[in-house]
Design a protein around this ligand. Sequence first.
Ligand SMILES: [Zn+2]
Ligand SMILES: [Zn+2]
Length: 222
Amino acid sequence: MDRTSKARGELDRLGRSLRAQLSALITDLTIRVHLRRLSLDEPKLADPREPLRYHYATIYQGNRPATVTAAETASRATSLLRAAGWDVTASQEDDDGILWTVIVAHRDGSDIRILTSEDTPVVSFRGQTAVVALRPPQPVQQPEPVRTPETVTPGYVLCYECEGLGWCPRCAGRGWMFAGSQRKSRCNECHARKVCPICRGQGELSASGLSQYQRGHYPGLE
Ligand SMILES: [Zn+2]
Ligand SMILES: [Zn+2]
């Protein structure tokens, strides 16, 4: 198993575990349960920089039964989570005049937050797994040149810009460059076309078609 599929397997395990825990909490604490709304089928991109990092993340809202207070809901959530090995803390948060009890739980790098209030029957759940890099950064590979001094077509010369590479010599045919903190930016030589802008990917130029300026690159040429 390579590193990427091992990381994906680990992330999927965390995702399944988060889904199981949230499903148990939602079923226990709320009425008219719609677990399909959990939308934990695919990992989401958490950080677009290389290496790309993913997590499972979801938000769910339900209502507590009319006979159950928010305090009882918070206490029940805390004991369910602690019994399942989560580290749990509770605090109060005032949001626009609604006083929420906020339960925050951590386990294996995953987080669950549950908000409940005596001012509303709504109980909201937020869950996310640890963030996992799924594709290791690719080493920069130099492509093979399309023309070499041995394979240049008679009557042609190797392109002075890419020396026969054919691919854009600045970005090595990737179309993008790293621009600080591993962010990608469009290659400013080929403008993401990936091929050498002088020979347009041929790696060679017709000797008779060279401009005056281009001939300057070939001092030996008649
Ligand atoms: Zn070229
Ligand atoms: Zn380029």
